[in-house]
Design a binder for this molecule. Structure first.
Ligand code: NAD
Length: 273
């Protein structure tokens, strides 16, 4: 397929572009995910919290694609921190997905107030050792949370999935990830549309004959990020996949770096509890 892969620090590979399914729910969820697979997406990002793991599983089965051609990520919710709860949460997610093994399992939020994320990560290590999940990682972890996990477990998470888009470019965290071999996965990679009216993004889109979404996603690809844009509109879903046949120059990448305003849209990981 035309979607490039990135090699994780455990030697396994992950598609650089996937389909995020937050708020893809209700009766249309499985149909939307089926459309994503038909259009060529081979990575699906769900979570226990999204309430659509059943639909993800159904769409994969109905696609007829071999299991090993679809990369499936799910996440453990905040109510399931702690070693035993995490093990149960994994089983429950697999049961809802109807899958024996997962490709990537993430701790959704660090929940520092509960102070259980290191124990929770130890459960993920056990699942990895048992071969029930291929790769393990975290989401919304700051540098301090990552340093504790690495220091106390001796394992470096394969992935940290964090809010990241041109207005919130997370350059310090990306530098830390790169130094430790952690893949940066961008959630809300399109800033939920916030950058589509930005004059720099619009000028680049006009110059290159692309859409603002494609400029932003291409920027992610060239930064070395994994990105998981979401849309329920087939034309936009296809548009978001078509970012591997053009390139931004170094100067254009620098122009996009210049619009960062450290503007978070979602929750602050240290505040979420
Ligand atoms: P996004 O940046 O992907 O933006 C999605 C919105 O942008 C859509 O609602 C759609 O209206 C619009 N859009 C998408 N493609 C477009 C196009 N080509 N042209 C015009 N508009 C377009 O934001 P998101 O949905 O918040 O994030 C994507 C995924 O990230 C989620 O589905 C989920 O899988 C993941 N996520 C994870 C966390 C976490 O805590 N780990 C938090 C939020 C989201």
């Amino acid at each position: 397929s035309e979607i490039p892969a990135i090699v994780l620090n455990d030697g396994h590979v992950m598609p650089k572009l996937g389909f995020g399914v937050y708020k893809v729910d209700g009766d249309e969820a499985a149909a939307t995910i089926t459309t994503a697979l038909e259009l060529g997406y081979r990575s699906l990002d769900t979570a226990a919290f999204y309430g659509n793991e059943e639909a993800v599983g159904r769409a994969i089965r109905e696609s007829g694609l071999p299991r090993d051609e679809v990369f499936v990520t799910t996440k453990l919710w905040n109510s399931d921190h702690g070693y035993d709860a995490a093990m149960r949460a994994f089983d429950a997610s697999c049961a809802r997905l109807g899958l024996e093994t997962l490709d990537l399992f993430l701790i959704h939020w660090p929940l520092p107030s509960a102070d259980l994320y290191v124990d929770t990560f130890r459960a993920l290590q056990a699942l990895e050792a048992q071969g029930r999940v291929v790769s393990i990682g975290v989401s919304n972890f700051t540098r301090a949370h990552l340093e504790r996990v690495i220091g106390e477990t001796g394992e470096v998470p394969a992935v940290n999935q964090v809010e990241l888009h041109p207005y919130f470019a997370q350059s310090e965290l990306r530098t830390f990830h790169a130094a430790h071999g952690i893949v940066t996965e961008a959630w809300s990679p399109l800033g939920r549309g916030a950058e589509f009216n930005d004059s720099v993004i619009i000028a680049l889109a006009d110059k290159l004959g692309r859409t603002p979404a494609q400029i932003v996603l291409r920027w992610h690809m060239q930064l070395g990020n994994v990105a998981i844009p979401k849309s329920r509109t087939p034309a936009r879903m296809a548009e978001n996949l078509a970012v591997f046949d053009f390139e931004l120059t170094g100067r254009e990448m620098t122009q996009i770096a210049g619009i960062d305003k450290d503007a978070r849209q979602g929750a602050d990981p240290d505040e979420m509890d």
